[in-house]
Design a protein around this ligand. Structure first.
Ligand code: GLC
Length: 561
């Protein structure tokens, strides 16, 4: 089964830090339009743009106060229309973020629900009575949300708690309510009617909650994060069925749900099975943290090491589970993760490891999504103080843990894992602010922008960016069928250092990638004239073994297989 979204390479734009087109220090739609030619030349066929709707931006736009309005920081509806037109001209598809799980607390529905005892919007959200013990009011249960807080927040005026799995500034919507569901379908229709090609659907796994709201285990724990209370629940699939029937099936659109770390392969198939799924793909996070960095507050930097074997097993598990049954996205990071070069690569081998990571990903099973700056080897931040962090999750984390851990330990952990890593300004050139803006900005630029930037990379034939262009071109043309339809087989799956695989359709292609900063011996599968791309100038063969140098990688076409 072939669809356009299988053939393209996607690119994620985090709009506030991609490109400032009007020099107010904030990325915007005009800035994106300015850079469409850059993306086209890179070979991109699909862009996913993070939320640009009206928002107080407590969570950088995922807290929406009006679903129909473009936030003035990003531009206007006219700008969006122009963007869609310019994308069409260049044959680039555009998907928007669609946030169906929650609103901002500044949304008029929520304001009304909190102010007005008889508000018709009260049932658009989840309100509960306090639990009263000895005359003292407590939250209705012990559930903890994703942002290090209780899922409950008290509203004095109406003497009720409301439910939120992310920031307290982002109350969850009540999908049990048919009126609310219809409102959200209308939002989706509005943007599809305007001409967007589909959606990345934020936090979609969480629309249905366990409405018994019973305490989570262990019961005596003050706060417990038990994601099963609000992930992949049966009622969710009823809602998605309705959403598909009433909206998605009526348009020629593409849909991709974010199911994060809470969905197994079996869960995922419920969402995306070719025969009776509801979307075209779902993002899982399984392959994002295979170096032990997640929850690694007690670990020294030396304990963080990519588990290459597990990484392969995870890609294999997803491929085995869904090949021929469904399609999936492949990606190393998004705006919620650290930079992949700092995660699985090595900034001391920026050029080698940047290329190696790109190549490893690009021909696996699925539609690749490149995150802004990945193609030039942008890396993690190195902040020396708490107030340098911007992200709401990092801020909550600091508040929660600053009395329990030394400052250095928290900084080490956040520099390694925080979402701020991916959200610094895109580095376009070596001028101040990396050419992202000409004015002051609330956003930060990574200190390395004088060296790591698009302009430098474009000038250098041997750059990561030029390597990306070559590989994307190959994926888009000569090896499209192998990439999209080919059978995936891992080579030497047990190897702890090398990620190698073949994809076979009409042709047979092979990727060999050393994930280490030291030389690794590997069986020699290489005929010199099979080499299509390589990130070193020569080959190092000894005793019929190939000696793979730090982050060395090959892309081969195995002739006459
Ligand atoms: C998703 C987004 C993340 C956001 C959250 C709440 O996980 O990717 O950035 O904070 O949903 O909308």
């Amino acid at each position: 089964m072939k669809n356009w979204y299988k053939d393209v390479v996607g690119y994620q734009i985090y709009p506030s830090t991609f490109k400032d087109g009007n020099n107010d220090g904030f990325g915007d739609i005009v800035g994106i339009i300015d850079k469409l030619d850059y993306l086209k030349e890179l070979g991109i066929g699909l862009i996913w743009i993070g939320p640009i709707y009206k928002s107080p931006k407590v969570d950088n736009g995922y807290d929406i106060s009006n679903f129909y309005e473009i936030d003035e920081k990003y531009g206007t509806l006219e700008d969006v229309k122009l963007l869609l037109k310019e994308c069409k001209k260049r044959e680039i598809k555009v998907i928007f973020d669609l946030v169906l799980n929650h609103t901002s607390d500044k949304h008029e529905w929520f304001i009304d629900a909190c102010e007005n005892v008889n508000s018709k919007y009260k049932d658009y959200y989840i309100f509960k009575e306090p639990k009263v013990i000895d005359g003292i009011k407590y939250p209705p249960n012990n559930w903890k949300g994703f942002f290090e807080e209780s899922v409950w927040e008290y509203v004095e005026k109406i003497d009720k708690y409301y439910f939120h799995i992310f920031s307290k500034k982002m109350p969850d919507l009540n999908w049990d309510n048919k009126d609310l569901r219809e409102e959200m379908y209308a939002v989706a229709r509005f943007w599809l009617d305007l001409g967007v090609d589909g959606f990345r659907m934020d936090a979609i796994a969480h629309l249905a909650k366990d409405t018994s709201f019973k305490d989570a285990y262990p019961l005596d724990e003050k706060l417990v994060l038990d994601t099963s209370k609000f992930s992949n629940r049966d009622e969710l699939f009823d809602y998605l069925k309705e959403f598909k029937e009433e909206v998605l099936s009526k348009y020629n659109c593409m849909s991709i749900g974010e199911v994060g770390g809470c969905a197994s392969v079996e869960d995922a198939l419920k969402y995306v099975d070719y025969n009776n799924g509801y979307f075209n793909m779902v993002f899982n996070f399984d392959t994002c943290w295979e170096n032990g960095a997640y929850g690694s507050i007690d670990k020294a930097d030396s304990e963080i090491k990519t588990n290459v074997k597990n990484l392969k097993l995870l890609f294999k598990k997803w491929y085995d589970g869904i090949f021929n049954k469904a399609w999936m996205p492949i990606y190393w990071l998004n705006h919620d993760h650290p930079r992949v070069i700092s995660q699985y690569g090595n900034i001391n081998y920026r050029n080698e490891s940047g290329k190696m990571l790109g190549l490893t990903l690009l021909f696996l099973y699925g539609t690749p999504f490149i995150y802004q700056g990945e193609e030039i080897g942008m890396s993690n931040v190195n902040y020396s103080d708490f107030d340098m962090f911007n992200d709401v999750h990092a801020k909550n984390f600091i508040e929660e843990y600053k009395s329990k851990y030394d400052k250095e330990v928290i900084l080490r952990f956040l520099n390694r894992t925080s979402r701020d890593n991916a959200r610094t300004m895109m580095q376009w050139n070596d001028s101040e602010n990396g050419g992202f803006t000409n004015s002051e900005s609330v956003f930060k630029v990574n200190d390395n922008y004088k060296i790591v930037n698009v302009e430098n990379e474009l000038k250098d034939d041997d750059s990561i960016l030029n390597f990306y262009k070559k590989m994307i071109f190959l994926r888009n043309t000569k090896y499209k069928n192998e990439a999209t339809l080919g059978k995936l087989e891992f080579i030497d799956l047990d190897n702890e250092d090398v990620f190698a695989y073949t994809k076979t359709f009409d042709k047979k292609i092979m990727v060999i990638a050393n994930f280490r900063d030291y030389i690794v011996e590997f069986d020699n599968y290489i005929q010199e004239n099979d080499i299509i791309l390589h990130n070193y100038k020569d080959i190092n063969i000894k005793n019929k073994k190939i000696l793979l140098r730090p982050y060395e990688c090959f892309f081969l076409e195995i002739k006459g297989f």
